[in-house]
Design a protein. Sequence first.
Length: 364
Amino acid sequence: MSHTETIALPFEQSRKNHAKKLLEEMIRSRKFLPGSKMPGERKLSEMFGVSYMTVRKAVDEMVARNWLERRPRQGTFVCNSAVKAAGTVVNLICDAYDNYYVRDFTRKGKFLLEKAGFTVRVISGFHDQQSIKKVLKDGSMSILLRLPKEYPETMALIRESSSRVLVIAERYDDFGCCSVIADERQIIQTAMEYLQKQNHSKIGIVCCNMKNGVERERYAKWQEINRKSCNSDAKFENRFFYLDLPAGEHPLKYAEKLFSKYKTIDDLEVDALICPDEETALAVLSVLRQNGIECPKDISVVAIGNNELSLMSNPRLTCVDNRFEEHLSFAVEWAQNMRDNILPRTMLHLCSCRIVERESVRIR
C-alpha cells in the first residue's frame, strides 16, 4: 500500500474504528517500523478517505494504547514496543451471563490490555467449548473469569496450558495456573467484625451456588466465626439462606421463593445479612420490603462487591469492596511479564478488601 493510496471505507462501519484498524495493520505488517515517523494526520486522512478529525481521534486512541507516541514539534512515531505487543494475543474468556463483573472483565479488561499494546479476543460463554479449546491450543495467553469445573476436556487442556493461563476470582494454582482472587475469608471476617461493632449479634449469610469454591470458602469462614462467638446460640445455622441459583438466572424469583415466608423480622431471626453480590442484595431487599421488613430500620445488609448497583439501591448498599479493578491490573501485569518471558513471582495473588459505608447498615 503506497502512502498516497486512498482506501475506500464501508459506509456501515465506524470510520474511526476502521481507520484505527488500518493503522494497526500498517504497524503489524511493519510498513512503519518501531521508532519510525508516521505520516501527518492530514496525509493519513487522504490515504484513508476520511476527515482529519476522524484520523485524529483514531491516532489519539493509538497513543492511549501505547502504539503511537506524539513528540512535540516532531510528529507522531511508532512506539518501540508496538510491533512486539501487536503480535501478542490475549484471550478473555468468561461466562455469557451479563452482570457487572462480566462487563467489567470484558470492557475494562479489554481496554487495559489494549492500552498495554495487546491484541484482545473475547470469548463469552463456557458452552463455546470449540472456541475455548482452539485458543488454549494455539499458544496464546488466556485470562479466565471464574472457570467452572463442569467441562473435563477443557480442564485437561487448562492443565496442559497452565503456564499461559491466569484465572480471576477462582483458585486454580493447584492446576499450575496463576490465580488472582480476593481473600474470601478476609472478606467475611471484615463484614462480620464491622456488623458486630454496630452491635449486630444475629448475622446471617446468603449464598447462591455452593458448587462455587468462592461461596464455600465464605460459608466456612462464617461458620467458624459463629462457632467462636455464638457458643451459647445453637441456632446460628438457621441464619444460612441458600438460593440455589442456576447459572445465568436472576436471583429475584429465587429470593421470593426463599424469603417470602418471613412476614416479620422475628420470623427471620436475624438482625443483619451478608449477601454475595449487589444483585442478590437488591433482590433480597425487594422481597423483605414487600413483607414490611425495612432496611436499615429492621435489618442491616452488607453486599460483597462495590459496583454501580450499590449506589442505585434504596438505601444505598454498604459493601465489602473486593477490589475487582486490582484483579484486572494484576492480570495486565501478568500478561506483560509473560510477554517478556518473566515468570510470576507467585502462583496465587490475594487482593485485600475494605468496607465502604453507606446507608444499608444501622449504626448503633
